[in-house]
Design a binder for this molecule. Structure first.
Ligand code: ATP
Ligand code: MG
Length: 440
């Protein structure tokens, strides 16, 4: 609070909300999640539904997955479920697999003190306060206080139907507030990804980030550069494929969190490159998700890196590179720099490059070219990308419409479209400049 240096310490107190005072019913929980909860209970362990599963049901939404917390160790959980696997190093957890549904089971985490660090290999922090490993087990209360936001620390007990709340999560949920448990700066230093999670939840649930939770973000945003690029890749996917990508993008920009994820993009935008294409692509992605359609990571990344690519491509052409080599050089450079911040697995970077390369081929349609381009495995994505470029005003519209028509036509219609193209083509074609060869 301005002018008043003292922060009001929050008191954490266990509260139990009985069944008649909340809307979590057994019917809103998936069969697999119920199975895991009851088998753990029957085997004598404590087990609760926690995290997004409880939060989303309380908000009247359908959870995207279910997480369970228990006092059984990962090995004990693994022994109870044949269909399970132990994963993780930083956090050891168990995945219990039921067809396409995966239930994530974590053992209650304890809050080991700093002094434990040197002696204990199970909980480690780096010089930046980053939590490298956190496998000290604890009780339910300790587990609650180690979670990120108060609304994510609500536990539903399937035995007595109560919701257990240690951190005033119910109240924050009612006020639609995202509040970190504990001292925000310490919690962000332990795990900077929590800053991204704050943005993701704020965008998804339209919650406000409570002032103390919000305050340190801009200053601590650069800490994300200490996070392995592969983990950031996973987070970026979650940020942009939850159906609220456009809102998320604005928040990331507002909180200076885009730079550690997409340094080249932010540099290009800073130098005056427009980012309208990113916004337009994210709006399209959001509406696709709302219609239950899928979105591909390579399309998202093709859009997110487009301003950086455009800038580098132009720069190379200004320096005398011909169009094609300039494009290839720009692609390698932009990707090479990008993967140092947020990685892009090869299975996505390949198709992403193809989307970009096809942007050069889409205008060239004469002869057999249109057919060859259309049979390219990435044609559809490249065509969608072209439409986005037109929609955001980057290029004049017309070409997208031509391709829309061409795809609808039968063979004769297509022939006609192509012959109309040739008759429109300028009569006098510029002669190609002879290729310069190095002197022998
Ligand atoms: P959703 O699954 O809808 O994206 P979620 O809240 O369930 O949201 P998960 O990533 O599935 O998010 O994590 C499950 C729970 O684990 C969270 O609700 C939170 O309590 C805890 N958690 C996850 N990541 C962190 C973190 N980085 N720091 C502290 N607690 C975390
Ligand atoms: Mg979850």
């Amino acid at each position: 609070m301005p002018g008043n240096g003292k922060k009001k310490a929050r008191v954490y107190q266990r509260r139990e909300v009985p069944r008649d005072q909340h809307n979590v019913s057994r019917s809103s929980i998936s069969e697999p999640a119920k199975k895991v909860l009851s088998r753990l209970n029957k085997s004598g362990y404590e087990a609760y539904l926690v995290g997004g599963g409880v939060r989303d049901i309380l908000l009247g939404e359908q959870p995207k997955d279910f997480d369970i917390a228990t006092n059984a160790t990962p090995e004990e959980v693994h022994d109870l479920f044949r269909n399970s696997r132990l994963i993780g190093r930083r956090f050891r957890i168990v995945h219990v697999v039921f067809g396409r549904e995966v239930i994530e089971v974590t053992t209650f985490r304890g809050n080991a003190t700093e002094a434990d660090d040197s002696a204990d290999d199970d909980r480690k922090t780096s010089e930046h306060g980053l939590l490298l490993r956190d496998n000290v087990y604890g009780n339910l209360e300790e587990d609650a206080l180690r979670r990120d936001f108060t609304v994510n620390a609500l536990y539903y007990c399937i035995r007595n139907f109560t919701v257990v709340d240690f951190a005033n999560g119910i109240e924050d949920l009612r006020n639609r507030q995202l509040r970190l448990i504990g001292d925000p700066e310490t919690r962000y230093r332990e795990d900077p990804v929590r800053m991204l999670r704050a943005i993701r939840f704020a965008a998804k649930m339209d919650f406000e980030i409570e002032p103390e939770t919000e305050a340190p973000i801009r200053e601590l945003a650069p800490l994300l550069t200490h996070i392995p690029p592969a983990r950031l890749f996973e987070e970026v996917l979650k940020l942009f494929s939850a159906g609220y990508g456009a809102a998320t993008y604005e928040l990331l920009t507002e909180y200076d969190l885009l730079a550690p994820l997409f340094p080249e993009t932010v540099k290009a935008i800073g130098a005056g490159e427009p980012d309208e294409l990113i916004r337009q692509a994210l709006r399209n992605t959001d509406s696709r998700i709302a219609q239950g359609k899928s979105v591909t990571p390579y399309f998202l990344f093709a859009a997110m890196l487009w301003p950086a690519l455009q800038r580098e491509w132009r720069h190379r052409q200004d320096n005398g590179d011909p169009v094609q080599p300039a494009l290839h050089g720009a692609i390698s450079k932009v990707i090479g720099r990008q993967v140092q911040a947020t990685s892009i697995p090869k299975r996505f970077s390949g198709p992403m490059k193809e989307i970009w390369e096809l942007q050069m081929r889409l205008p060239r349609r004469q002869g057999k070219r249109a057919y060859v381009t259309m049979s390219h495995p990435r044609f559809r994505a490249a065509y969608d990308f072209l439409l986005v470029r037109e929609d955001c005003g980057e290029i004049e519209s017309g070409l997208g419409h031509w391709w829309t028509e061409f795809q609808r036509m039968d063979e004769r219609g297509q022939e006609r479209m192509l012959s109309e193209l040739s008759s429109d083509a300028p009569k006098k074609r510029r002669r190609r400049k002879p290729v310069k060869r190095p002197a022998p």
